[in-house]
Design a protein around this ligand. Structure first.
Ligand SMILES: *Cc1c(COP(=O)(O)O)cnc(C)c1O
Length: 409
Protein backbone atom coordinates (compact mmCIF):
# COMPACT_ATOMS: atom_id res chain seq x y z
CA UNK A 1 0.00 0.00 0.00
CA UNK A 2 1.50 3.33 -0.98
CA UNK A 3 1.57 6.03 1.66
CA UNK A 4 -0.91 8.36 -0.01
CA UNK A 5 -2.16 11.40 1.80
CA UNK A 6 -5.63 10.29 2.88
CA UNK A 7 -6.78 13.91 2.80
CA UNK A 8 -6.10 14.37 -0.91
CA UNK A 9 -7.84 17.46 -2.32
CA UNK A 10 -10.95 17.07 -4.45
CA UNK A 11 -12.31 19.51 -7.04
CA UNK A 12 -15.56 20.08 -5.08
CA UNK A 13 -16.96 21.75 -3.06
CA UNK A 14 -16.01 25.27 -4.13
CA UNK A 15 -14.80 27.66 -1.43
CA UNK A 16 -18.40 28.53 -0.47
CA UNK A 17 -19.14 24.85 0.11
CA UNK A 18 -21.17 24.22 -3.06
CA UNK A 19 -21.35 21.08 -5.16
CA UNK A 20 -23.11 22.60 -8.18
CA UNK A 21 -26.23 24.19 -6.68
CA UNK A 22 -26.17 21.96 -3.56
CA UNK A 23 -24.54 22.32 -0.15
CA UNK A 24 -23.66 25.77 1.11
CA UNK A 25 -24.36 26.99 4.61
CA UNK A 26 -27.85 28.02 5.72
CA UNK A 27 -27.35 28.73 9.41
CA UNK A 28 -28.26 31.38 11.99
CA UNK A 29 -25.83 34.35 12.02
CA UNK A 30 -24.25 33.31 15.34
CA UNK A 31 -23.10 30.03 13.78
CA UNK A 32 -21.56 31.56 10.67
CA UNK A 33 -18.33 32.64 12.33
CA UNK A 34 -18.03 29.32 14.19
CA UNK A 35 -18.37 27.35 10.97
CA UNK A 36 -15.82 29.61 9.33
CA UNK A 37 -13.40 28.84 12.19
CA UNK A 38 -13.93 25.10 11.68
CA UNK A 39 -13.40 25.52 7.93
CA UNK A 40 -10.20 27.51 8.46
CA UNK A 41 -8.89 25.07 11.07
CA UNK A 42 -9.57 22.07 8.85
CA UNK A 43 -8.04 23.70 5.76
CA UNK A 44 -4.88 24.36 7.76
CA UNK A 45 -4.74 20.96 9.50
CA UNK A 46 -5.21 18.90 6.33
CA UNK A 47 -1.94 20.34 4.98
CA UNK A 48 0.02 19.60 8.15
CA UNK A 49 2.14 16.49 8.03
CA UNK A 50 1.68 15.92 11.77
CA UNK A 51 -2.11 15.83 11.40
CA UNK A 52 -1.95 13.51 8.37
CA UNK A 53 0.46 11.19 10.17
CA UNK A 54 -1.68 11.05 13.30
CA UNK A 55 -4.79 10.19 11.30
CA UNK A 56 -2.88 7.57 9.32
CA UNK A 57 -1.50 6.09 12.54
CA UNK A 58 -4.96 5.66 14.06
CA UNK A 59 -6.41 4.30 10.80
CA UNK A 60 -3.75 1.63 10.73
CA UNK A 61 -3.18 0.72 14.36
CA UNK A 62 -6.54 1.51 15.94
CA UNK A 63 -9.16 0.98 13.20
CA UNK A 64 -7.27 -1.85 11.50
CA UNK A 65 -6.97 -0.25 8.05
CA UNK A 66 -6.64 -1.17 5.29
CA UNK A 67 -9.85 -3.19 5.52
CA UNK A 68 -9.67 -6.22 3.21
CA UNK A 69 -11.55 -6.90 0.00
CA UNK A 70 -13.30 -10.26 -0.07
CA UNK A 71 -14.36 -12.07 -3.23
CA UNK A 72 -17.80 -13.49 -2.41
CA UNK A 73 -17.45 -16.64 -4.52
CA UNK A 74 -20.33 -18.54 -2.94
CA UNK A 75 -22.78 -15.72 -3.48
CA UNK A 76 -21.48 -15.02 -7.00
CA UNK A 77 -21.72 -18.68 -7.98
CA UNK A 78 -25.19 -19.02 -6.52
CA UNK A 79 -26.44 -16.03 -8.51
CA UNK A 80 -24.61 -17.12 -11.64
CA UNK A 81 -23.94 -13.59 -12.88
CA UNK A 82 -21.25 -11.03 -12.09
CA UNK A 83 -18.47 -11.61 -9.57
CA UNK A 84 -19.27 -9.85 -6.28
CA UNK A 85 -16.60 -8.37 -4.01
CA UNK A 86 -16.93 -6.68 -0.63
CA UNK A 87 -14.86 -3.86 0.79
CA UNK A 88 -14.99 -5.01 4.42
CA UNK A 89 -15.67 -1.84 6.39
CA UNK A 90 -17.64 -4.12 8.74
CA UNK A 91 -14.27 -5.34 10.03
CA UNK A 92 -13.19 -1.92 11.29
CA UNK A 93 -12.93 -1.31 15.02
CA UNK A 94 -16.52 -0.50 16.17
CA UNK A 95 -17.91 -2.41 13.19
CA UNK A 96 -18.58 0.18 10.51
CA UNK A 97 -17.12 2.88 8.29
CA UNK A 98 -18.12 5.69 10.66
CA UNK A 99 -14.97 5.43 12.78
CA UNK A 100 -13.07 6.85 9.76
CA UNK A 101 -14.72 10.27 9.98
CA UNK A 102 -15.24 10.25 13.76
CA UNK A 103 -11.50 10.01 14.33
CA UNK A 104 -10.96 12.81 11.82
CA UNK A 105 -13.55 15.07 13.43
CA UNK A 106 -12.29 14.30 16.94
CA UNK A 107 -8.73 15.16 15.88
CA UNK A 108 -9.96 18.46 14.42
CA UNK A 109 -11.88 19.21 17.65
CA UNK A 110 -8.84 18.45 19.75
CA UNK A 111 -6.55 20.59 17.59
CA UNK A 112 -9.07 23.45 17.94
CA UNK A 113 -9.03 23.14 21.74
CA UNK A 114 -12.66 21.95 22.03
CA UNK A 115 -13.66 20.06 25.17
CA UNK A 116 -16.74 18.20 24.04
CA UNK A 117 -18.05 16.37 20.98
CA UNK A 118 -21.76 16.51 20.41
CA UNK A 119 -23.77 14.58 17.81
CA UNK A 120 -26.94 12.82 16.84
CA UNK A 121 -27.17 9.15 16.04
CA UNK A 122 -29.67 6.97 14.17
CA UNK A 123 -28.60 3.35 14.22
CA UNK A 124 -26.27 4.21 17.08
CA UNK A 125 -23.24 3.55 14.89
CA UNK A 126 -22.19 7.19 14.67
CA UNK A 127 -22.75 7.55 18.42
CA UNK A 128 -20.60 4.52 19.21
CA UNK A 129 -17.88 5.55 16.77
CA UNK A 130 -17.83 9.09 18.13
CA UNK A 131 -17.91 7.97 21.77
CA UNK A 132 -14.98 5.70 20.90
CA UNK A 133 -12.97 8.52 19.32
CA UNK A 134 -13.84 10.79 22.28
CA UNK A 135 -12.61 8.16 24.76
CA UNK A 136 -9.40 7.67 22.78
CA UNK A 137 -8.64 11.38 22.51
CA UNK A 138 -9.83 12.43 25.98
CA UNK A 139 -12.89 14.48 24.94
CA UNK A 140 -16.35 14.59 26.53
CA UNK A 141 -19.21 13.32 24.39
CA UNK A 142 -23.02 13.93 24.32
CA UNK A 143 -25.06 11.83 21.90
CA UNK A 144 -28.68 12.69 20.96
CA UNK A 145 -30.80 9.71 19.95
CA UNK A 146 -34.51 9.28 19.16
CA UNK A 147 -36.39 7.15 21.67
CA UNK A 148 -37.55 4.78 18.93
CA UNK A 149 -33.95 4.16 17.92
CA UNK A 150 -32.88 3.78 21.56
CA UNK A 151 -35.21 0.78 21.83
CA UNK A 152 -34.32 -0.62 18.40
CA UNK A 153 -30.56 -0.25 18.79
CA UNK A 154 -30.22 -1.15 22.47
CA UNK A 155 -26.74 -2.74 22.30
CA UNK A 156 -25.26 0.45 20.84
CA UNK A 157 -26.84 2.53 23.63
CA UNK A 158 -25.14 0.29 26.17
CA UNK A 159 -21.83 0.61 24.32
CA UNK A 160 -21.96 4.41 24.27
CA UNK A 161 -22.62 4.49 28.02
CA UNK A 162 -19.78 2.08 28.75
CA UNK A 163 -17.51 4.30 26.65
CA UNK A 164 -18.35 7.21 28.94
CA UNK A 165 -20.68 9.17 26.66
CA UNK A 166 -23.97 10.74 27.76
CA UNK A 167 -26.94 9.48 25.70
CA UNK A 168 -29.70 12.11 25.52
CA UNK A 169 -33.12 10.62 24.60
CA UNK A 170 -35.09 12.64 22.02
CA UNK A 171 -38.85 12.53 22.55
CA UNK A 172 -40.18 14.89 19.86
CA UNK A 173 -41.89 14.03 16.54
CA UNK A 174 -41.22 10.55 15.20
CA UNK A 175 -38.42 10.16 17.78
CA UNK A 176 -35.88 9.07 15.15
CA UNK A 177 -32.87 10.52 13.34
CA UNK A 178 -34.31 13.81 12.07
CA UNK A 179 -35.54 14.89 15.52
CA UNK A 180 -32.21 13.82 17.04
CA UNK A 181 -30.40 16.12 14.58
CA UNK A 182 -32.78 18.98 15.46
CA UNK A 183 -32.11 18.65 19.20
CA UNK A 184 -28.37 18.11 18.91
CA UNK A 185 -28.21 21.23 16.74
CA UNK A 186 -30.05 23.25 19.40
CA UNK A 187 -27.76 22.00 22.14
CA UNK A 188 -24.77 22.90 20.00
CA UNK A 189 -26.10 26.43 19.48
CA UNK A 190 -26.14 26.75 23.26
CA UNK A 191 -22.32 26.60 23.33
CA UNK A 192 -20.59 26.38 19.95
CA UNK A 193 -17.28 27.56 21.40
CA UNK A 194 -16.22 24.71 23.70
CA UNK A 195 -18.18 22.02 21.79
CA UNK A 196 -17.81 20.66 18.26
CA UNK A 197 -20.83 19.24 16.50
CA UNK A 198 -19.38 16.15 14.86
CA UNK A 199 -21.82 15.48 12.02
CA UNK A 200 -22.36 11.79 11.30
CA UNK A 201 -22.44 11.82 7.52
CA UNK A 202 -21.67 13.94 4.45
CA UNK A 203 -24.49 16.33 5.37
CA UNK A 204 -24.92 19.60 7.27
CA UNK A 205 -23.51 23.04 6.47
CA UNK A 206 -20.07 23.66 4.94
CA UNK A 207 -17.40 22.42 5.76
CA UNK A 208 -18.94 19.10 6.93
CA UNK A 209 -20.00 17.45 3.64
CA UNK A 210 -16.54 17.94 2.14
CA UNK A 211 -14.61 17.29 5.36
CA UNK A 212 -16.45 14.06 6.23
CA UNK A 213 -16.02 12.94 2.59
CA UNK A 214 -12.27 13.60 2.85
CA UNK A 215 -12.05 11.44 6.00
CA UNK A 216 -13.97 8.65 4.25
CA UNK A 217 -12.17 8.73 0.89
CA UNK A 218 -9.55 6.38 2.31
CA UNK A 219 -12.08 3.58 1.64
CA UNK A 220 -12.04 4.10 -2.12
CA UNK A 221 -8.32 4.90 -2.27
CA UNK A 222 -7.53 1.56 -0.65
CA UNK A 223 -10.16 -0.31 -2.65
CA UNK A 224 -8.92 1.03 -5.98
CA UNK A 225 -5.43 -0.32 -5.32
CA UNK A 226 -6.54 -3.57 -3.67
CA UNK A 227 -9.00 -4.43 -6.42
CA UNK A 228 -6.44 -3.86 -9.16
CA UNK A 229 -3.96 -5.98 -7.26
CA UNK A 230 -6.51 -8.82 -6.96
CA UNK A 231 -7.97 -8.76 -10.46
CA UNK A 232 -5.66 -6.63 -12.61
CA UNK A 233 -8.57 -4.29 -13.40
CA UNK A 234 -10.86 -1.69 -11.91
CA UNK A 235 -14.29 -2.92 -10.80
CA UNK A 236 -16.99 -2.59 -13.47
CA UNK A 237 -19.56 -1.51 -10.88
CA UNK A 238 -19.52 0.07 -7.44
CA UNK A 239 -22.50 -0.26 -5.12
CA UNK A 240 -23.11 1.35 -1.73
CA UNK A 241 -26.14 2.21 0.39
CA UNK A 242 -27.00 5.89 0.81
CA UNK A 243 -28.40 7.34 4.00
CA UNK A 244 -26.64 10.68 4.32
CA UNK A 245 -24.13 9.18 1.91
CA UNK A 246 -20.78 8.96 3.72
CA UNK A 247 -19.90 5.31 3.10
CA UNK A 248 -21.02 5.66 -0.51
CA UNK A 249 -19.00 8.81 -1.24
CA UNK A 250 -16.09 7.25 0.67
CA UNK A 251 -15.97 4.41 -1.83
CA UNK A 252 -16.95 6.45 -4.90
CA UNK A 253 -14.54 9.39 -4.64
CA UNK A 254 -11.43 7.57 -5.85
CA UNK A 255 -13.33 6.30 -8.93
CA UNK A 256 -15.28 9.38 -10.01
CA UNK A 257 -12.85 10.12 -12.86
CA UNK A 258 -12.85 6.51 -14.08
CA UNK A 259 -15.73 6.87 -16.54
CA UNK A 260 -15.70 3.13 -17.28
CA UNK A 261 -16.64 2.37 -13.66
CA UNK A 262 -20.42 2.44 -13.24
CA UNK A 263 -21.50 3.73 -9.87
CA UNK A 264 -24.74 2.92 -8.06
CA UNK A 265 -26.12 4.38 -4.83
CA UNK A 266 -28.93 2.49 -3.10
CA UNK A 267 -31.66 4.27 -1.13
CA UNK A 268 -34.26 2.69 1.16
CA UNK A 269 -37.72 2.20 -0.39
CA UNK A 270 -39.02 1.12 3.03
CA UNK A 271 -42.52 -0.36 3.04
CA UNK A 272 -43.82 1.41 -0.07
CA UNK A 273 -43.41 4.63 -2.06
CA UNK A 274 -46.28 6.25 -0.10
CA UNK A 275 -45.22 9.38 1.82
CA UNK A 276 -43.87 8.44 5.24
CA UNK A 277 -43.16 4.83 4.27
CA UNK A 278 -39.75 5.25 2.62
CA UNK A 279 -36.60 7.42 2.68
CA UNK A 280 -35.81 7.42 -1.06
CA UNK A 281 -34.68 11.03 -1.07
CA UNK A 282 -32.84 11.22 -4.40
CA UNK A 283 -35.44 9.10 -6.16
CA UNK A 284 -38.57 10.92 -4.98
CA UNK A 285 -37.45 14.17 -3.35
CA UNK A 286 -36.87 17.63 -4.78
CA UNK A 287 -34.30 20.29 -3.94
CA UNK A 288 -34.79 22.03 -0.58
CA UNK A 289 -32.95 23.03 2.58
CA UNK A 290 -32.55 20.88 5.71
CA UNK A 291 -30.20 21.19 8.68
CA UNK A 292 -28.22 24.04 7.16
CA UNK A 293 -27.58 22.80 3.60
CA UNK A 294 -29.30 22.40 0.23
CA UNK A 295 -29.94 18.93 -1.19
CA UNK A 296 -32.66 16.68 -2.54
CA UNK A 297 -35.26 16.53 0.21
CA UNK A 298 -38.44 14.67 1.04
CA UNK A 299 -40.79 17.39 2.22
CA UNK A 300 -44.45 17.77 3.17
CA UNK A 301 -46.93 20.31 1.70
CA UNK A 302 -45.53 23.03 3.96
CA UNK A 303 -42.01 22.39 2.64
CA UNK A 304 -40.89 20.94 5.98
CA UNK A 305 -38.82 17.72 6.04
CA UNK A 306 -41.29 14.84 5.74
CA UNK A 307 -41.54 11.82 8.04
CA UNK A 308 -39.56 8.91 6.60
CA UNK A 309 -39.22 5.20 7.22
CA UNK A 310 -36.64 2.49 6.65
CA UNK A 311 -36.00 -0.79 8.41
CA UNK A 312 -32.42 0.52 8.62
CA UNK A 313 -32.20 3.31 11.21
CA UNK A 314 -29.00 4.59 9.61
CA UNK A 315 -30.78 5.24 6.28
CA UNK A 316 -33.83 6.89 7.84
CA UNK A 317 -33.22 10.54 6.86
CA UNK A 318 -35.29 12.88 4.64
CA UNK A 319 -32.22 14.71 3.25
CA UNK A 320 -29.05 13.43 1.57
CA UNK A 321 -25.51 14.66 1.03
CA UNK A 322 -25.16 17.62 -1.36
CA UNK A 323 -22.49 15.85 -3.40
CA UNK A 324 -24.87 12.95 -4.07
CA UNK A 325 -27.52 15.48 -5.13
CA UNK A 326 -24.99 16.91 -7.57
CA UNK A 327 -23.79 13.50 -8.80
CA UNK A 328 -27.40 12.56 -9.52
CA UNK A 329 -28.01 15.73 -11.55
CA UNK A 330 -24.87 15.33 -13.65
CA UNK A 331 -25.68 11.64 -14.14
CA UNK A 332 -22.36 10.29 -12.82
CA UNK A 333 -24.06 8.09 -10.21
CA UNK A 334 -27.16 5.99 -10.76
CA UNK A 335 -29.45 5.99 -7.70
CA UNK A 336 -31.72 3.00 -7.14
CA UNK A 337 -33.96 1.75 -4.34
CA UNK A 338 -34.32 -1.42 -2.28
CA UNK A 339 -37.26 -2.01 0.06
CA UNK A 340 -37.29 -3.37 3.63
CA UNK A 341 -38.23 -6.88 2.53
CA UNK A 342 -35.48 -7.10 -0.10
CA UNK A 343 -32.93 -5.82 2.42
CA UNK A 344 -33.94 -8.41 5.03
CA UNK A 345 -33.78 -11.16 2.39
CA UNK A 346 -30.23 -10.05 1.55
CA UNK A 347 -29.35 -9.87 5.27
CA UNK A 348 -30.16 -13.59 5.68
CA UNK A 349 -28.77 -14.57 2.28
CA UNK A 350 -25.33 -13.09 2.97
CA UNK A 351 -25.32 -14.53 6.49
CA UNK A 352 -26.07 -18.02 5.23
CA UNK A 353 -24.11 -18.13 1.99
CA UNK A 354 -20.93 -16.33 3.07
CA UNK A 355 -21.08 -16.35 6.89
CA UNK A 356 -21.14 -12.57 7.05
CA UNK A 357 -23.96 -10.88 8.99
CA UNK A 358 -24.24 -7.42 7.42
CA UNK A 359 -25.71 -4.26 8.94
CA UNK A 360 -29.28 -3.84 7.69
CA UNK A 361 -28.07 -0.61 6.04
CA UNK A 362 -25.37 -2.49 4.10
CA UNK A 363 -27.90 -5.23 3.26
CA UNK A 364 -29.59 -2.67 0.96
CA UNK A 365 -26.41 -2.51 -1.11
CA UNK A 366 -26.13 -6.30 -1.09
CA UNK A 367 -29.75 -6.68 -2.23
CA UNK A 368 -29.20 -4.34 -5.16
CA UNK A 369 -25.97 -6.13 -6.07
CA UNK A 370 -27.80 -9.45 -6.16
CA UNK A 371 -30.33 -7.96 -8.61
CA UNK A 372 -27.63 -6.29 -10.68
CA UNK A 373 -25.36 -9.35 -10.78
CA UNK A 374 -28.13 -11.34 -12.49
CA UNK A 375 -28.08 -8.87 -15.40
CA UNK A 376 -24.31 -9.20 -15.89
CA UNK A 377 -21.94 -11.88 -17.17
CA UNK A 378 -19.46 -13.89 -15.04
CA UNK A 379 -16.51 -11.84 -16.30
CA UNK A 380 -18.00 -8.62 -14.95
CA UNK A 381 -17.42 -7.39 -11.42
CA UNK A 382 -19.26 -5.57 -8.66
CA UNK A 383 -17.54 -4.04 -5.65
CA UNK A 384 -19.86 -3.37 -2.70
CA UNK A 385 -19.02 -1.20 0.26
CA UNK A 386 -20.05 -3.49 3.13
CA UNK A 387 -20.42 -0.49 5.41
CA UNK A 388 -21.02 -2.30 8.69
CA UNK A 389 -21.61 -5.53 10.56
CA UNK A 390 -25.05 -6.62 11.67
CA UNK A 391 -24.48 -7.43 15.33
CA UNK A 392 -26.42 -4.31 16.33
CA UNK A 393 -29.45 -5.48 14.32
CA UNK A 394 -29.77 -9.14 15.24
CA UNK A 395 -32.32 -8.82 18.08
CA UNK A 396 -34.57 -6.47 16.12
CA UNK A 397 -34.35 -8.50 12.90
CA UNK A 398 -35.01 -11.84 14.57
CA UNK A 399 -37.86 -10.42 16.62
CA UNK A 400 -39.59 -8.93 13.61
CA UNK A 401 -38.65 -11.27 10.76
CA UNK A 402 -36.98 -14.35 12.30
CA UNK A 403 -39.94 -16.70 11.89
CA UNK A 404 -40.03 -16.03 8.12
CA UNK A 405 -36.45 -17.26 7.85
CA UNK A 406 -36.71 -20.22 10.22
CA UNK A 407 -35.04 -18.46 13.15
CA UNK A 408 -37.22 -19.34 16.14
CA UNK A 409 -35.88 -18.54 19.60
C1 LIG B 1 -24.81 5.06 9.40
C2 LIG B 1 -24.66 3.91 8.53
C3 LIG B 1 -24.98 3.99 7.17
C4 LIG B 1 -25.60 5.20 6.54
O1 LIG B 1 -24.82 6.35 6.60
P1 LIG B 1 -24.07 6.91 5.32
O2 LIG B 1 -23.60 8.24 5.76
O3 LIG B 1 -25.08 6.98 4.22
O4 LIG B 1 -22.98 5.97 5.00
C5 LIG B 1 -24.74 2.89 6.38
N1 LIG B 1 -24.24 1.75 6.89
C6 LIG B 1 -23.94 1.63 8.20
C7 LIG B 1 -23.39 0.35 8.70
C8 LIG B 1 -24.14 2.71 9.06
O5 LIG B 1 -23.83 2.57 10.34
Amino acid sequence: MTQNNNLKRNPLPNNKGYFGEYGGSFVPPQLESILQEITDAYEKLREEEGFQEELKYYYKHYVGRPSPIFHARNLSNKIGGAQIYFKREDLNHTGAHKINHCLGEALVAKAMGKKKLIAETGAGQHGVALATAAALLGLECDIYMGEVDIVKEHPNVVRMKILGATVVPVKSGLKTLKEAVDEAFMAYMGDPVTQLYAIGSVVGPHPFPGMVRDFQQVVGMEAREQFQEMTGKLPDNLIACVGGGSNAIGLFTAFLDDQEVKIHGVEPAGLSFKPGEHAATLTLGKPGVIHGFKCYLLSDEAGEPAPVHSVASGLDYPGVGPQHSYLKDIGRVNYETINDKEAIDAFFELSRVEGIIPAVESAHAVAYAIKKAKELGPDETILINLSGRGDKDIDFVVDKYGADYGVIL
